[in-house]
Design a protein around this ligand. Structure first.
Ligand code: 1CP
Length: 369
């Protein structure tokens, strides 16, 4: 073992993610360390976003903020970083522009762009390029002192490819659609390269101390069912297939793997066979339907409250939690569910309303025992 950390005092999410029956469903929230928290703004100050990611002291402080604020209610930490560190490691410039989000000043235009040849040829060493992430993970594990497990993550190849060619968030997806429908072979070659980097990057996060990993395919829902099969699924499968042997090669134990193919509701059945332990659901799924789709497979579901309910009344929050507890069949199943929102928590949510959400999950799942 590379590091010695304190043993876990709360390993609920690890047990649940392996498919074991548990005393209550574990809870965490995507983007739990972020803009809705006043302490995030206080720590970040005027620092650049990526500067925070590159500073292990700042990154670990931000990671711990929701764990400290919601102590006893929350069951996992997720390392403060971003999915776009992989394109950065590949040599692309990414800036965080206020009120606009991440921006690539020089997005990848077409396969005849010199940048494409460079990206395809360049050997990227994620062990050195993303060293700051591993240091942040190790420091965070130390600071956590076993309170809850730490989740590592990366962006899915498809989602990263979208950002690399669109140059930022998009509504039309004009560039990426041009790529897949005009240059499918060149797109696939790059997707494969990204998938290989994801495996190395995730393995090194585990080596540094990550105890579960999640692959965020935030733009999966922009693909049709047929194009998902071509441009997302094979690369998600590649990661799930190659990470465990990579961990073994490094002398590390396997960790639970979570995939979140946001918006690809049609692909839930396929996602259950992609090699992951946990499949994240957005709020477009009715929980009971998802449970039916999973069927007898040893797959854990993560999700899936509409993040927008946190702008609503307390009664609405209670109602949504009730619908999840019933829909995921907690009273009878007692396993197979990790509580989360159906996507990241959004800015301007009152942290006390998130606390109420957590408390209602604890109360209503206890009542359902
Ligand atoms: O608490 C946590 O979840 C850890 C931190 C985390 C994670 C897991 C951040 C911090 N980003 C991410 C992943 C991430 N980044 C995803 C996947 C999850 C998702 O779909 O929400 C995506 C798509 C990004 C890209 C990104 N980074 C966006 C979206 C832009 C868009 O419209 O396409 C944005 C706004 C960011 C910046 C960012 N990342 C994280 C934070 C706290 C912020 C806000 C920075 C700020 O303005 O202060």
């Amino acid at each position: 073992m590379e590091h010695s950390f304190e043993p876990l005092k709360n390993d609920l999410i690890v047990r649940a993610a392996w498919g074991q029956a548990v005393e209550r469903p574990p809870i965490w929230v995507m983007r739990q360390a972020g803009r809705y928290l006043p302490e995030y703004h206080q720590t970040k100050g005027t620092r650049d976003f990526f500067e925070c990611c590159r500073d292990p002291e700042v990154s670990s402080t931000l990671t711990l903020q929701p764990i400290e604020r919601f102590a006893g209610l929350i069951d996992a930490a997720i390392i403060f970083s971003d999915i776009l560190v992989i394109p950065q490691a590949m040599g692309m410039l990414v800036e965080m522009v206020d009120k606009k989000g991440p921006t690539f000043p020089n997005p990848l235009k077409s396969p005849s762009d010199l940048q494409y040849a460079e990206l395809m040829q360049r050997h990227v060493d994620v062990s050195t390029e993303l060293d700051y992430v591993y240091r942040a993970i190790t420091l965070t594990r130390k600071k956590l002192q076993g309170r809850v497990p730490l989740i590592g993550f990366c962006g899915a190849p498809w989602t990263l490819f979208c950002y690399m060619v669109e140059g930022g968030g998009s509504k039309l997806f004009k560039e990426v659609k041009t790529w897949i429908y005009k240059y499918p072979d060149e797109a696939k070659a790059l997707l494969q390269k990204i998938a290989e980097l994801c495996v190395d990057y995730l393995a090194l996060q585990v080596k540094a101390g990550a105890q579960l990993i999640q692959v965020f395919d935030s733009w999966a829902g922009e693909l049709s069912p047929a194009s998902f099969k071509q441009f997302s699924q094979p690369y998600l499968e590649y990661i799930a297939k190659h990470l465990p042997p990579k961990l073994k090669e490094l002398g590390l134990d396997p960790v639970p793997m979570i995939v979140f193919p946001k918006g690809a509701w049609y692909a839930l059945d396929a996602a259950c066979d992609m090699g992951y332990n946990v499949v994240g659901l957005d709020w477009l799924h009715a929980p009971a339907d998802a449970v039916k789709t999973v069927g007898d497979r040893l797959i854990v579901i993560q999700g899936n409250a509409d993040p927008g309910v946190l702008y609503g009344s307390r009664a609405s929050i209670t109602q949504v939690v009730k619908e999840m507890v019933e829909g995921f069949g907690w009273a009878t199943r007692k396993k197979g569910w990790i509580v989360n929102l159906g996507h990241g928590i959004t800015p301007f949510v009152n942290p006390d309303d998130l606390r109420f959400f957590f408390e209602e999950v604890h109360r209503l799942t206890k009542e359902a025992q």
